[in-house]
Design a protein around this ligand. Structure first.
Ligand code: 5GP
Ligand code: ZN
Length: 113
């Protein structure tokens, strides 16, 4: 998708702080983080939302989410993390390229999501 911000990140046309990548998935830090380490996991291929994700892609994404989550726990020494996804505009989706938010959490951080 020519004008999609996340496709531009995949193509390297917009810089990103990559956390993890493989042939089918890219993970990078959110440019406006809710908290330090707020990461996004996206498929390299442009699909708009969770309803468009084929099974094989879902397996790769799930593996990447777990990998980045483990990194948040072990690397950032977080006590936990939230995994969230907005699907369709009404649910708060702004970037129309499917993505998961991974948000590090700490005991007593008081973060309201
Ligand atoms: P949504 O509301 O669509 O679920 O969230 C989109 C997320 O993408 C937001 O948290 C926003 O900060 C992030 N974002 C938007 N543009 C960019 C960008 O160019 N680079 C990065 N790293 N994150 C972005
Ligand atoms: Zn895209």
């Amino acid at each position: 998708m020519q004008d999609c911000i996340f496709c531009k990140i995949v193509r390297g046309e917009i810089p990103s702080a990559k956390v993890y990548e493989n042939d089918s998935v890219l993970c990078f830090l959110d440019v406006a983080p809710a908290v330090r380490g707020h990461s996004l996991v996206i498929p390299r291929e442009h699909v708009e939302n969770i309803l468009e994700i084929p099974e094989d892609m879902a397996a790769h994404l799930h593996e990447a989410i777990r990998r980045v989550g483990r990194g948040i726990i072990q690397g950032l020494k977080a006590d936990g993390f939230n995994v969230g996804m907005n699907n369709f505009q009404a649910a708060g989706q702004v970037v129309m390229h499917a993505h998961w938010h991974l948000i590090p959490r700490f005991h007593g951080d008081g973060l309201q999501l």
